[in-house]
Design a protein around this ligand. Structure first.
Ligand code: ZN
Length: 293
């Protein structure tokens, strides 16, 4: 489990700033609240901030991102000035995004000046939050969280198939492997067959209903490799390590995963495209809805 002194994952810190003279901050306040609802820690500077004040606050508050809001039309001068001052202070790792009524030709100019993205009316706060999560720089290697998973080996590779019975002859007939275990996990809407290859299982996953995660995966990507599961000493520690490094978790806590395992997933957007499972064999059977077939 978590050892004393282990770092607790920190929420992403964002500074919402309103440079320039425009006196309306309803939009900025809505964005600030929306990002808080997305789990971020948001600091709002208040109205009429100079780029110097904004950059000083951002560095002092150690934020990962600055969101600049503008309705005044002064964004072309003020946003690039914030980027320039950050560079001066060697704080260019702070992501700068903008929002407001900004014409397309200005967006091009702002991006050339180092503003990462500009969100115009019509984009949602959720899109903005997703963008921030994907684009903030992970903690520098020097201050990489002092917690890491103890990873032993690949436990299994999940493969999404439309039908286990249809896919099995390839594994048994062509590869000469055998099915050792089958089960249905009712709450996940999936049925699984385990085909060991040495220490690693191929976990064939077939959806049992149209709205299950595996069914949705097949709808979007077609059948194929779905996830890689790493055997770790402690799933809770592995999830904490991923969270501390800024990864987006699908499971905040370990949950029973069948075959007496504890599992937890990390979102593929944080793992360079490969849905990642941590998996811990507990030795004792864990009650899983559905049970064996
Ligand atoms: Zn799995």
């Amino acid at each position: 489990m978590i050892r004393e002194g282990d770092k607790v994952p920190q929420p992403i810190r964002v500074l919402i700033a309103k440079p320039g003279l425009d006196g309306h901050d309803r939009g900025a306040l809505v964005v600030a609240q929306g990002l808080r609802d997305e789990g971020m820690e948001v600091i709002y500077t208040g109205l009429r901030q100079t780029p110097e004040q904004i950059v000083a606050t951002a560095i002092q508050e150690d934020v990962a991102c600055i969101g600049l809001s503008s309705l005044s039309g002064a964004h072309l001068a003020l946003f690039p000035e914030v980027v320039r001052l950050l560079r001066d202070q060697h704080a260019e790792d702070i992501l700068v995004i903008g929002g407001g009524v900004v014409p397309q030709e200005d967006i091009t100019l702002l991006k050339e000046a180092g503003v990462a993205e500009v969100f115009t009316p019509g984009s949602t706060i959720h899109q903005m939050a997703e963008y921030i999560r994907e684009h903030i720089r992970l903690t520098g290697v020097d201050d990489w969280p002092d917690i890491a998973a103890v990873t032993q080996h690949v436990d299994h590779i999940g493969v999404a198939v439309k039908s286990i019975e249809e896919a099995l002859p390839f594994y048994t007939g062509v590869l000469g492997l055998q099915v050792v275990h089958r089960e249905e996990i009712a709450d996940q809407g999936v049925r699984a067959a385990f085909v060991p290859v040495g220490d690693v299982d191929i976990e064939l996953l077939e959806p049992t209903r149209a709205d299950s995660p595996i069914a949705k995966f097949i709808d979007t990507h077609g059948p194929g490799v779905h996830h890689i599961a790493y055997a770790v000493d402690d799933v809770a520690v592995a999830l904490k390590a991923a969270a501390a490094a800024g990864c987006r978790l699908i499971d905040e806590k370990p949950r029973p995963g069948g075959q007496g395992k504890l599992i937890g997933f990390v979102h593929p957007k944080s793992t360079y495209g490969a849905l990642t499972e941590f998996c811990q064999r507990t030795g004792t059977a864990i009650d899983v809805e559905g049970g064996e077939l």
